[in-house]
Design a protein around this ligand. Sequence first.
Ligand code: DLL
Length: 436
Amino acid sequence: MAIWNEKFETMPREELEQLQSERLLNTVRRVYENVAPYREKMDAAGIKPEDIKSVKDLSKLPFTTKQDLRDNFPYGFFAIPMEEVTEIHASSGTTGKQTVVGMNNHDVDIWAEIAARALTSYGVHKNSIVHTAYGFGLFTGGFGAHYGALKIGATAIPVSSGNSRRQIQIMKDFGSTFLACTPSYALSLVETLHEMGYTKDDLKLEGGAFGAEPWTPQMRAELEEKLGIKAYDIYGLSEIMGPGVSYDCVCQNGMHINEDHFIPEIIDPDTGEVLPQGSVGELVFTCITKEAFPLIRYRTRDITSLNYEKCGCGRTFVRMSKPMGRSDDMLIIRGVNVFPSQIEEVLMNIEETSPHYQLVVDRKDNKDSLEVLVEVSSEIFSDEIKSLEKITRKVQDSLMTVLGLKAAVKLVEPKSIARSEGKAVRVIDKRSLYNR
Ligand code: DLL
C-alpha cells in the first residue's frame, strides 16, 4: 500500500528523535513566551526553556489537563494573537464544558497532511471518492477527513452525519469508494442499506476510516464482512488535532502516531510517572509543530500502550494499540473495573446477539447494578421463552467468565436501542445522576 510522505513516515528513528528534539525546544520556547498558563506552570516547577535540551528532558515539563483548558476557557492556551487564528473547533463537551481549539493556516496544513497520510495508508488515491459522514462543524471528524481527501486530490463528498437513507442513496448514485464515519454509525448504515432493499454489491465501497470512539476487532470483522471493505482505525482528539493523530496501516496491528508532529508518552494515570516501553497506561501528547494551540504533555485519559517494534508496512512511527476507552469512561461496578468495550467484545463473540447494546448502571440499596440491553434478531425474539432464557444465560455466563461481573441481561427487539449518528452512547450511568 502506498505511503504519502516517505521522508517522514519512514524516517530512521535516530533522525526522527533529532527532529523531535529541535521542534520540541522551539515549541517550549514559544509557549513560555506566549502562553501565560505555561509560563506560570513552568515557573512553579522551576523549569526554564533552556533546561529542555532534547526529547529526553520531556518529563521535566508539567502536564496539561482538560481542567487547565477549562480554567482558561476559551482562548487562554492560544499561543498566537486571535487575528491570526483562522479556524476554531471544539470538543463535544459530553463530559463537561467544551474545550475550544484554534488553528492558523499552518496548523490546518499539518492537519491535512496527517489526514492525507492516514487516507493514503487506507488505499485512498486521486481517483477515490471519499464520502465523509462524520459530523462537520465544531467536531473535528468531518473537516479532518475532508481536508485529507482534498490534499490527496481525491473527490471529497462532505455529506456530514445523519439522514441515513440519503447517505445510502448518495453512496449508490455518486459511486462513493471510501466511507469515513464512526464505526457505530457505519453499522447503522448497514441496516439502512438492507432496509432500502440494497446489498453491499450495490455500492462501490472499498474501504473505510472509522474512529472517534472505541470499537473492537470483532466489530471491525463485522463491518468488513457486511460492507465488503477493509475497515481501518483512525484516532485523534480535538485538543491535539482531530482525526489523523494516529492511523492504521495495511497490517491493521496498531495505529502509527505522526511522531514528527506529536510526541507520545505513556504514564501511570495515578502517579504521573512515565512508564517503561510496552506498558499499558494513559497516553500523553506533546505538540511540536502547531502554532496556534500547541499543548505540552496533554493528558488524553485514553488507555493504551506503545509498540516500537518494526512494522511490516515500512513506517518507522511508533504504533499505539486500540484504546480500550478513556480512564473516565471506565465503569467501576461493585469494585470491578470494566470498560464498555470489554462488554462489547463479550457480546460480539456470542453468535445470537447483535452489536447494538446499551449498559445501564444503577445503585440501589448501596449496591451497584449493571443491566446489559442487547438486541437479538426478530426470529430469535419471537422464539420460545425457553430459548431466550438460554441466550440470556449464555451472555450472563460469558460476562461472568471474562469480566468476573454479574449482570442482568435483557434481550430486546431489533431497533429498540437508539442508533448513533456520531459517537454511540453506550452507557447510561444513573449513579451519576444522583450525584449532581
Ligand atoms: O473524536 C477526533 C476524531 C474524529 C478521531 C474522527 C477519529 C475520527 P474528540 O471528539 O475530541 O475528537 O474525541 C477524542 O475520542 O480521546 C478517544 O477517547 C476517542 N477516540 C478517538 N478516536 C478513537 C479510536 C475525535 N480510533 C476522543 N478508537 C479520544 C478509540 C477513539 N477511541
